[in-house]
Design a binder for this molecule. Sequence first.
Ligand code: PMP
Ligand code: GLN
Length: 378
Amino acid sequence: LNSKLPTVGTTIFSVMSKLAQQHNAINLSQGFPDYATNPKLINFVADAMKDGYNQYAPMQGLQILRELVAEKMDKMYGAYYHPETEVTITAGGTQAIFTALAAVINPGDEVIIFEPAYDCYSPTVKLLGGLVKPFELHAPDYSIDWEMVKKLFTANTRMIILNSPHNPSGSILSKADIQALIKLTKNTDILIISDEVYEHIIFDGEKHESVALYPELQERSFIVASYGKLLHTTGWKLGYCLAPAKLMAEFRKIHQFNVFSVNTPMQLGVANYLKSENIYDSLSSFFQQKRDLFRSLLSETKFKLLPCKGSYFQCVSYSNFSDEKDIDMAKRLVTDFGVAGIPVSAFYTKGTDDKILRFCFAKEQDTLEKAVERLLKV
Ligand code: PMP
Ligand code: GLN
């Protein structure tokens, strides 16, 4: 068999979670909450099943949920997305990313990806015959030199993938970043995927700079969101994609033959839950408490804290006490100390190793305390 992705192995998330399980370690590697899902939300989903909503949803998603998405975009960003033609419910953010890329990337198209990057972007681009143009960012602040980015532009540049708040670094795009991007893409036909799955997890009073706030970017962007992050339900694999009608029409051509539609009772349950309470405003403070606790506990360890402005990931550096490869350090933390994290080199095409590990703090206080107790022994 001629592999379509010869250099791709198993995603680091599966690798580390499996290792954590094997060694009964505290799993701060793969990003998912370890606390219970809101029973009210579960009841809404169960009710939808009991009420008979168990057959195919419309291809583009339930109208009620698409309308709620459009309403939120209007309220939060003053952006108008037509629920009929510009919002599609997806099986999580991952499927939205895959489908958006499949809709527009032709063989030979170049896609600029800021690294470290969430691990599904590059393989998907390659699968489609696209060429990945990685642009490396580095600790401590992972800031972007846009003049350097410009140097990557060629006649074949088709797309830029953005991700803010950023996984794994916890950095966020500033207004200045957005202005630079607007300037750079002006008079080009470059498209954008803006992965905004952590849009509601942003700290210290900072504001999320959605591309939806900027018409010049909005008109060329697919925005990707995930209810896994918003509702603490990563296993439900529910999300959505937003794009201007012309782009969304192309997206749906693929979506209809990729999944056709997304599971119905989940969509209805989530819609009814979102109608019953405003959950958007409290998420950042919920996670800021966890971030602050985790950071203050970690500050007693040998690890050096990197900034964390958004997302539920805290990166730490260990170059001050070891030059071990980050994958080896991550494995040793599991086997010898019982704590799993993610080696950030896994998110660079070249495997760049800045001696940084990523820990997920979407965990019970008790979990974070126990994990740091163990890390104190390192
Ligand atoms: N993008 C980023 C940056 C993510 O962290 C994740 C989830 N870890 C996704 C996309 C995918 O979201 P989902 O789980 O809804 O597919
Ligand atoms: N998004 C999660 C993370 O970054 C994991 C997603 C996955 O396992 N594919 O850890």
